[in-house]
Design a protein around this ligand. Structure first.
Ligand SMILES: C[S@@+](CC[C@H](N)C(=O)[O-])C[C@H]1O[C@@H](n2cnc3c(N)ncnc32)[C@H](O)[C@@H]1O
Length: 274
């Protein structure tokens, strides 16, 4: 029997995207924790060879022991599509080799794995190479959910509308959304922070904005006086939350609530179940 025959008879492993939350080890779900203690091989994203992994740091701070088999996968921060595709392929091939040996592979992800995450690139590329691979995405707490909780502000209240967007689309795009959304979650704000502050000042929204950096990590920083950040270099792991009292609240044509003309208590009851 050849090596390839032997491998062929093995069960193919499963690939798991384990969301670890944005930094506070207490926000790791029980399901992700279970996989950190299984015999799955750990993999985690780094920006460059030898670079640090924030996702791995979260697991370490939670007290999970790194298994002997743990493999960094390089996901560079670049807009160079060719370079990105090359690294996604390399990462997917590395993972596939382990899966074909029958090993389960857990990919550690900062925040929520479905939200602007390297997990999306990895899982998509693996499935493009072999669509029989079993995948599991473990849901997690995203940075902005943790940030709103940290600030004790609602992400969405009653019939609020919420926009989540990478600020890279520019201040014009953010401004265009203002009439439609009660809450704006601006991610990846680092390169545009000064322009965003100018926009907030121009639209009279400074008192409704808050900046949060590395939420849940030891270095967490919350800045309510966002103007004080002008000219400062901030960490890539930072975001802006803006509550927008200027949203045009149009008429709701249809909702889940019952008509309440005669019985306002009914409306309260429906909300209380959410
Ligand atoms: C590639 S996205 C990853 C989003 C992540 N998967 C999530 O669920 O929040 C990176 C952006 O998310 C935000 N972010 C991620 N982690 C953060 C943290 N711990 N504190 C503040 N912002 C964070 C920042 O805006 C950062 O530029």
């Amino acid at each position: 029997m050849t090596d390839s025959d032997t491998n062929h008879n093995l069960r193919t492993g499963k690939l798991i995207g384990a969301s670890l939350g944005p930094g506070d080890p207490g926000l790791i779900t029980r399901r992700a924790w279970q996989y950190l203690h299984s015999d799955a091989v750990w993999t985690f994203p780094v920006r460059r060879k030898g670079g640090r992994s924030f996702a791995l740091d979260i697991a370490l701070r939670a007290g999970a022991g790194v298994p002997a088999e743990s493999i960094p996968l390089v996901f560079p921060m670049t807009h160079d599509a060719e370079k990105l595709a090359r690294h996604w392929l390399l990462a997917a091939e590395t993972v596939l080799q382990l899966l074909y040996l029958g090993r389960d592979v857990v990919f550690l992800v900062e925040g929520d794995a479905s939200t602007y995450s390297t997990w999306n690139h990895l899982s998509r590329t693996v499935r493009a190479l072999d669509d029989r691979i079993e995948l599991e995405t473990i849901a997690g707490v995203s940075s902005f959910q943790a940030a709103t909780a940290r600030l004790r502000m609602p992400l969405a209240d009653v019939d609020d509308t919420v926009a989540v967007l990478p600020a890279a689309y520019g201040v014009d795009a953010v401004e265009r959304l203002l009439p439609e959304f009660d809450t704006l979650v601006l991610l990846k704000v680092k390169p545009l922070l000064d322009d965003l502050i100018d926009l907030l000042a121009r639209r009279n929204l400074l008192q409704h904005a808050c900046f949060v950096e590395k939420v849940g990590a030891v270095e967490e920083r919350v800045v309510r006086d966002v103007v004080s950040l002008r000219g400062q270099k901030v960490n890539y792991l930072s975001l802006l939350l803006v509550r927008n009292p200027q949203r045009n609240k149009g008429e709701r044509l249809r909702g889940c609530r019952k008509k309440t003309d005669t019985d306002p208590a009914m409306e309260m009851e429906e909300d209380a179940s959410a």
